[in-house]
Design a protein around this ligand. Structure first.
Ligand SMILES: [Fe+2]
Ligand SMILES: [Fe+2]
Length: 295
């Protein structure tokens, strides 16, 4: 719900979407040849830092980065597809002249452009992505079916806050293949506006909430981050790069990602949870166990 004092900020966001649209067709240099550039910052590759990583050849390391980038891109597209369902549902309750409707339509247009961009990135990397596991598909449809609108907007925001930090690593590594850096740059600019809007919209729902809601919303943020992270590492990536025991590698990679994801991905999500008092004696140990976050 938008409050009167925030109207001018939302008008400004709408204006920015109209006057500064970032079009993937012209913004991303799609024709750039790969020329051996890394396809993911090396320290973001799940297994990097684990002794098993050193057993891989240079070619296998690069190909693992390619497959994990494909999973990252597809999981972004997928989660934005879910976000579009949430926004569309909300739109159906609103007047087309309302501020909220006018902004959400802009956000939907941008999110559809992003999904198109991620799909093109997957095609560019030329690897068939591993489909989201059945449990992930089931969990997301249950979430969509039973959660109230503020909880769904919190889920969208949680994913945006984490993908923004992850994208920061990609766009700041000057070695990474240029189209991937430009994709992260474009996404960062437009997601910054979405994040700003969602925080304004949620403010009303997060003011003076009680212990139960604070706990629930904190767990929703945590659950969404865990969910997103678990889509990146797939056993099939290790099978395809030709390691002897893909199960063993995938298990080690998940463990390693659990340890290091906390180093750079939660810098925006934690202050958001703190802003509504979401850390307490129930949520703190869970954040530590599930996301390796010490609060
Ligand atoms: Fe997006
Ligand atoms: Fe977004």
């Amino acid at each position: 719900m938008i409050q009167d004092k925030d109207i001018s900020q939302i008008e400004r966001l709408i204006e920015l979407s109209e006057t500064n649209p970032l079009l993937p067709d012209s913004y991303i240099p799609w024709d750039t040849p790969e020329e051996g550039n890394p396809l993911m910052p090396e320290d973001s590759v799940s297994l990097h830092g684990h002794p098993l990583y050193d057993e891989l050849s240079e070619e296998q390391k690069r190909e693992l980065g390619r497959r994990e980038m494909v999973q990252v891109m597809w999981s972004y597209a997928w989660s934005e597809g879910l976000a579009c369902i949430i926004f569309n549902r909300r739109l159906l309750q609103l007047s087309p002249t309302s501020l909220e409707y006018r902004y959400l339509v802009k956000e939907l247009i941008e999110e559809f452009r992003h999904q198109d961009m991620f799909s093109r990135a997957v095609q560019l990397l030329n690897v068939e992505p591993a489909r989201q596991p059945a449990w992930a598909r089931m969990l997301s449809s249950l979430h969509l079916k039973f959660m109230p609108t503020p909880a769904l907007f919190i889920s969208v925001l949680a994913i945006e806050l984490v993908t923004d930090m992850y994208g920061k690593k990609i766009r700041r590594d000057s070695q990474v293949y240029l189209p991937l850096r430009k994709i992260s740059e474009l996404h960062h600019i437009e997601e910054g506006r979405h994040i700003h809007y969602t925080k304004l919209w949620l403010k009303h729902y997060l003011e003076n909430i009680g212990f139960l809601k604070r706990t629930l919303y904190s767990l929703i943020v945590m659950g969404n981050i865990w969910f997103m992270r678990s889509l990146y590492v797939r056993k099939s990536s290790f099978q395809e790069i030709g390691v002897d025991k893909p199960d063993k590698f995938a298990k080690a990679a998940r463990k390693q990602l659990h340890v290091k994801f906390a180093d750079y991905c939660y810098d925006e999500a934690i202050p958001f949870v703190e802003s509504f008092g979401g850390f307490n004696f129930i949520t703190r140990p869970l954040w530590k166990a599930v996301l390796n976050v010490k609060i």
